[in-house]
Design a protein around this ligand. Structure first.
Ligand code: ADP
Ligand code: MG
Length: 573
């Protein structure tokens, strides 16, 4: 610590590059070690990367706080949040030019994700943080640096990373809430369910840009409809009642503005664990549930969409469909096939974001436009097959197309935000008023074609440098390419986006993308590596990983690769 103080006073007033001498160095403080992994080149560049390590003889975290592995994820998440909060409490914030003079740590949202911002093991707890090294213009502010690192950092660390300084009740509530969700999610399949929504859950969010729950006084709490009520047992909090959605085809119907999309959104996001107080901490969906939508303008590379679209005018081949700007129906078809290829077990769809002609062709349209003139086989004629042949369930928000009653196992009606099970009524209507439409399929759904990404078609370099940059949730820059992700709706955190980019780079470097492995094999292998060695295994410097990666699901990694505009694949049936 004294040495660091000396460095700061020696380089005070010199050029900013003087900070570089800290890079790769480690300094011993009374309670912890401070590592400077990477020092920024100038005050306006991305901040410097540091790590703070507190050994367990000092930190004192008991085994039960980070084992089993799910608690490690939850504890790391908790400590990241505490550290974030304490930066405000225990440091002065910015001092000097640009973003210089402040500490930063990745900021988790409502989800509890596996992250690189914090590691806890039997030996130590380590925070991977960022700091803007303080500057006036491009000159070192040595005194401010000393204030940050010598005066403030020890207090910040003491109050964030020592077990003794934490509120145990809040901490264990965090761990147990996460563990309970994980257990409920894992238990779904055995119960024949694809999702569970506990009574009392708060599903609506504060706003489109604020994922915190709508305040309790404005929200109608969820109450399971009779007919779908079940009881789940949580390892810590015990029994909880709520709605179980069985496998098969489920419709969510109801008038506009009655909460249909809100329920679906909650299911989409409940593939992840949520923090206590989120309102969805007892809502779980199958971990392989994937949101499907129309995605006008997306790139598609050799996807067999012939189950949905065939016989195009001019004989364009749809068994290896490619497009630089796929329109509504083909993009939605490609999204489904790619999701199945990546292992999706539940499809979540909302008519608000679906292509109408992809979803349905009613009797009148069938009479006017004969099947041999219509390339599209609508989803309504495939949805049961998906379940029967592939065990893939669908949950579908539908407010307009009653023909779907014919293919539904369960119909849930939202009425002023409260669900009712109306399958019986829907069946009765089906009998009394047949839709008159003819099924437009005789064949099977068919196999999903293997696609083999070609390594030469994925280039993370821009000039001679690797360029990987996540711009919020919506965009990932990979080399010279911008991958548009704003309609990949289950990426909830920009750090997942960043990690997905890093995973693709890793897969190229390690020859996992080798021109022989299928996309499904590639994402499976990446998942195995992270399961075995932690998320930082995919970073260019494992052991010194940046603190702003969060784990995406394999499904999202595939979605990122599939949206790369330069992607080329080889196919084999
Ligand atoms: P739909 O898809 O049926 O048209 P939405 O799900 O979009 O309806 O919901 C319409 C509005 O109602 C949204 O602004 C949403 O935040 C609000 N809302 C949804 N569910 C609830 C609820 N349980 N309590 C209070 N407001 C809700
Ligand atoms: Mg809606």
């Amino acid at each position: 610590m004294q040495k660091l103080r000396q460095v700061f006073s020696r380089i005070d007033g010199r050029g900013y590059k003087s900070y570089k001498e800290l890079q790769g160095k480690c300094f011993l403080f009374p309670d912890f070690e401070l590592y400077f992994h990477h020092i920024q080149g100038d005050p306006f560049a991305a901040p410097s990367q540091l790590a703070v390590r507190v050994y367990q003889d000092m930190a004192g975290f008991p085994l039960k706080s980070f084992q089993p592995p799910i608690r490690q994820v939850a504890l790391s998440d908790y400590l990241t949040r505490i550290f974030y909060r304490n930066i405000k409490r225990f440091t002065r914030g910015s001092r000097g030019s640009g973003k210089s003079g402040s500490f930063q740590i990745d900021r988790p949202g409502q989800e509890v994700l596996e992250r690189t911002s914090m590691t806890v093991n039997e030996e130590y707890v380590e925070a991977r943080i960022f700091a803007g090294m303080p500057a006036a213009g491009r000159k070192v502010l040595g005194r401010e640096a000393a204030e940050m690192f010598i005066d403030e950092l020890p207090g910040l660390v003491r109050n964030s990373l020592l077990y003794s300084s934490l509120q145990k009740e809040e901490l264990f509530n965090h761990l147990y809430t996460v563990e309970d969700q994980d257990a409920m999610r894992s238990g779904l399949v055995e119960k024949g369910l694809v999702a569970f929504v506990a009574d009392g859950s708060i599903l609506p969010r504060n706003s489109g840009v604020d994922q915190r729950p709508l305040p309790a006084e404005k929200a109608v709490a969820f109450q399971a409809p009779s007919g779908l009520e079940i009881e789940m047992t949580r390892p810590h909090a015990g029994k909880v009642r709520g709605m179980g959605i069985p496998g098969g085809v489920t419709l969510i119907v109801g008038g506009g503005y009655h909460g249909k999309s809100t329920l679906l959104r909650a299911l989409e996001q409940s593939v992840y664990n949520h923090i206590p107080g989120d309102g969805r901490e007892n809502v779980v969906a199958d971990p392989k549930a994937f949101k499907i939508r129309a995605e006008d303008g997306r790139r598609v590379e050799k996807v067999n969409i012939s189950s949905f679209i065939s016989n195009l005018p001019f004989g364009q081949d749809t068994s290896r469909f490619s497009s630089d700007e796929a329109s509504g129906s083909p993009s939605q078809a490609a999204n489904i096939i790619e999701a199945l290829e990546a292992g999706a077990k539940v499809l979540l769809m909302d008519e608000d974001t679906s292509a109408t002609n992809f979803m349905i062709r009613d009797m009148r349209m069938q009479l006017l436009v004969a099947k041999d003139r219509e390339p599209i086989t609508p989803f309504i004629d495939r949805v049961r097959q998906l379940y029967r042949e592939r065990g893939v369930s669908t949950i579908l928000v539908i407010g307009g197309a009653g023909d779907y009653f014919d293919v539904a196992d369960n119909v849930i009606m939202m009425d002023v935000y409260s669900p009712a099970l109306v399958t019986g009524e829907a069946r009765e209507i089906t009998c009394r008023y047949p839709s008159g439409r003819r099924q437009e399929t005789e064949d099977n759904f068919g196999e999903i074609m293997d696609r083999i990404p070609q390594p030469g078609s994925i280039n993370p370099y821009k000039g001679r440098k690797v360029k990987l940059k996540a711009q919020g949730l919506d965009n990932l820059q990979l080399g010279n390419n911008d991958i548009d992700l704003h309609q990949v709706e289950q990426i909830m955190d920009p750090s997942q986006n960043r990690a997905a980019g890093e995973m693709i780079f890793y897969a190229l470097k390690e020859k996992i993308i080798d021109g022989k492995k299928t996309l499904a094999e590639i994402i499976g292998e990446l998942d195995d590596i992270i399961d075995g060695n932690g998320l930082e295994a995919i970073s260019p410097n494992p052991g010194q990983a940046r603190g702003d990666y969060a784990r995406p699901r394999a499904l999202e990694v595939a979605a990122v690769i599939n949206r790369l505009r330069t992607l080329m694949v080889k196919t084999k049936i």
